[in-house]
Design a protein around this ligand. Sequence first.
Ligand code: PLP
Length: 233
Amino acid sequence: MSDVSGNLSIVRTAIRHAEDDFGREPNTVQLVAVSKTAPANRIVPALEAGQRLFGENYVQESAAKWPALRERFPDAELHLIGPLQSNKARDAVALFNVIHSLDRASLATALTREMDRQGRRPRLLVQVNTGEEAQKGGVLPADIDAFLAACRDTYGLTVEGLMCIPPAADAPSPHFALTAAMARRNGLSALSMGMSGDFEAAVQLGATHVRIGTAIFGARAPKDAPTTIAGRS
Ligand SMILES: *Cc1c(COP(=O)(O)O)cnc(C)c1O
């Protein structure tokens, strides 16, 4: 068992140092604490230590864990960072404040329908598949400008930024730089990139949201590595 609040404070300090080292304005990088597979009793210490942004991968797991946590901490902000099936759009719109994994027209259609139906508008980021990996979600780099234009013009969706997950075998920085360039030329301000092993490089290249799980909550079972498709939600 690791000490969640101690880990959290180490991670926060490391993010502040990275901002400082790379000439970023102080407190411009937000920490999304990735609590997938962590039980509620491991999440509470993070909430008690003041953490408010949390990332989850699975809609069903989040629906089971978070309503009770939110009763105690109503200002917790929930970010969906895992792949989203269109048939879970209803639950996702109901539950999440921010969705980082919009990546195809059918999902844009499903989200638009649910947002109109529920009168809730989660903030949206589009996931980019910078490594062009077959097993990973995300829009291919060559298609990103057209997809963002369709989100705006066809679906009436406001997209705040881009999210990427570099291939595990690659140096992450070129993927972060590519994602930042795509966001810049499309006028998008949010950049969700960087995990436990590479968040400093992401901060250097402009991340506004780093998604950190292991360094806060400890190691997970291997099937929940960020690159697998098993357990798509
Ligand atoms: C699990 C996951 C993370 C967190 O990864 P760690 O290496 O545990 O920090 C970040 N982003 C996504 C999309 C993930 O699935």
